[in-house]
Ligand binder design. Structure first.
Ligand code: GRG
Length: 293
């Protein structure tokens, strides 16, 4: 299938499903749902859920089975963005092309909307249609490890503690791998688990997604310096404002881009190891590295 068509179709079904999963309800706590909807709907590249769908289709899984798990990953990602933007963390006031959640709702509600999306993601996985109990347990284990101390949250702590200091390239890679890479890796593994990949194929997917996760973050660092705010959807230069060492500041823009291309090539070699038709995933990986937002 052509990548442009796949992306358009995937985004359409994902937006509908997210809207359905986060539908407006007349409850006595509707302000929590309003803040969650504000954060999760109507914007975002949907990279992680698209990776779930693209990897699942490599193994012949139907879209309907992959859809709820794909949305669960996007909800975890959205929670992490809400919390990352809070005054206690990066204190950002612009995200996904609009004011951050704590700038529109009370800060308490931004925290609680993040908590809600995090918890809801696991509820959705436990009830996801079309999967065996064993697959659901594998998905829950994969996502909880990627989101926890060994992944996203640990990476965030390392990132906060590194502000204003110096960092070696190895330390920076570890932060990137946990903070950004872990969830991207979980998305790719989700596709493999849903599609019934073998142990060998899951190992190849792990290595592939490690490389594209790192490459994705390196390009994000470059875009934080070179992109326009309108395209990137957040304030440009926020890394510099927060005194952050990034791959672009450590290596320089040209070397950082070159490194991302090396990672892309390594990722594509791992795709070959899977002995499946991975043309779509390979093209998608190229798009991630060559993106402008
Ligand atoms: C607060 C637990 C906790 C974790 C925060 C995700 C994160 C960790 C921080 C957000 C800031 C940041 C730049 C993280 C690196 C990962 C990244 C590039 C996030 C942005 O992902 P995109 O570009 O965003 O896919 P959209 O809005 O398109 O979904």
């Amino acid at each position: 299938m052509n990548l442009a068509i796949f992306l358009e179709e995937s985004r359409t079904v994902l937006e509908h499903k997210l809207e359905e999963l986060l539908e407006e309800k007349q409850t006595s706590y509707h302000s929590l749902l309003d803040a969650s909807r504000y954060a999760a709907l109507g914007s975002g590249k949907r990279l992680r859920p698209i990776l779930v769908l693209a990897t699942a289709q490599v193994f012949g899984s139907d879209l309907d089975t992959a859809l709820v798990p794909a949305c669960a990953i996007e909800l975890i990602h959205t929670y992490s963005l809400i919390h990352d933007d809070l005054p206690a963390m990066d204190d950002d006031d612009y995200r996904r092309g609009k004011p951050t959640v704590h700038n529109v709702f009370p800060e308490s509600h931004a925290i609680l909307a993040g908590d809600h999306l995090l918890t809801y993601a696991f509820e959705l996985l436990s009830e996801a249609p079309g999967l065996t109990s064993d697959q659901k347990i594998q998905l829950i284990a994969t996502l909880s490890k990627a989101s926890g101390a060994n992944g996203l949250i640990g990476g965030q702590v390392m990132d906060l503690e590194s502000e204003g200091g110096t960092l070696s390239l190895d330390m920076l890679k570890e932060i990137h791998t946990r903070k950004t890479g872990a969830l991207i890796q979980a998305a790719v593994l989700f596709g493999g688990i849903i599609g019934g990949a073998t142990e060998e194929q899951l190992t190849a997917l792990k290595e592939y997604s490690h490389d594209i996760g790192l490459a994705f973050q390196i390009i994000d660092d470059v875009l934080d310096i070179t992109a326009s705010e309108e395209k990137h959807g957040k304030h440009i230069g926020s890394d510099a404002i927060n005194n952050k060492v990034t791959s672009a500041t450590l290596l320089g823009i040209d070397k950082a881009k070159k490194y991302a291309l090396q990672l892309l090539s390594s990722a594509q070699n791992h795709l070959v190891e899977m002995k499946q038709n991975t043309a779509l995933l390979s093209e998608l990986s190229e798009c991630l590295v060559n993106r402008s937002r």
